[in-house]
Design a binder for this molecule. Structure first.
Ligand code: FMN
Length: 199
């Protein structure tokens, strides 16, 4: 494995991200990772959803839920930057506004980007989770749990926004294919999640 994201964060200069080439696109596998998660996976994350720059939904058609810095440590200290897959769950706030429907609070497949978003040249390390589900409204401030189960690819720099969108769409398919294996599906029922509220 390369350097963990936490080690790269201590350095003054970030290593440049590879630029996505058309060749990379044509050789992308449709399923990734071993038949069962291997260390350091599963990695459990949780924290209140924070606002990012808001580009995910607007620019990319892929809204992301950002985790606060302290919630990133369990993954940034053991894994390199990149795109990951797993499951996530949004925990309905007790007595809060009813913005979440029962189907929004199930354990759902997710893709996660950990890094500095080289295409946007972010200054701070972020962990952004895109849950593969149509939510009807934002849920900033609401508690989210994640279980990261595997690595998909490095973060890349892009010559166009469309190329980034194409790759994110492939990431979503790769995540669904990779989770659709018995040793990964088991984690949908992991005690890390709040299973009592599921139907
Ligand atoms: C599955 C997935 C893959 C991503 N891959 C990359 C990438 O390779 N390069 C990059 O610069 N950003 C990547 N991103 C991050 C997007 O640039 C980021 O989510 C977007 O800028 C929205 O950020 P915001 O919510 O802070 O506005 C990825 C995001 C997701 C969800």
């Amino acid at each position: 494995m390369g350097e963990t994201a936490a080690i790269v964060a201590t350095q003054d200069v970030r290593p440049p991200a590879p630029i996505r080439t058309d060749e990379f696109r044509t050789i992308r596998p449709q399923i990734v990772g071993p038949e069962a998660p291997e260390p350091p996976f599963p990695i459990a994350l949780h924290g209140p959803v924070q606002r990012g720059f808001g580009r995910g939904g607007k620019d990319l058609g892929c809204p992301t839920a950002n985790l606060p810095d302290e919630s990133i440590t369990p993954i940034s200290t053991v894994a390199k930057t990149g795109v990951y897959y797993g499951y996530a769950q949004v925990i309905p706030p007790k007595g809060g506004k009813p913005v979440l429907r029962p189907e929004d609070t199930k354990v759902l497949p997710m893709v996660m980007s950990l890094g500095w978003n080289p295409f946007y040249k972010n200054e701070r390390l972020t962990a952004e989770i895109h849950i593969l589900h149509e939510f009807q409204s934002d849920f900033y401030g609401v508690e989210m749990k994640g279980l990261v189960l595997g690595y998909i690819r490095p973060e890349l720099d892009y010559t166009s926004r469309d190329a980034l969108i194409d790759d994110i769409n492939v990431d979503k398919l790769v995540a669904l294919n990779s989770l659709d294996r018995s040793e990964y599906r088991k984690f949908e029922k992991d005690p890390h999640f709040d299973l009592g509220i599921m139907d």
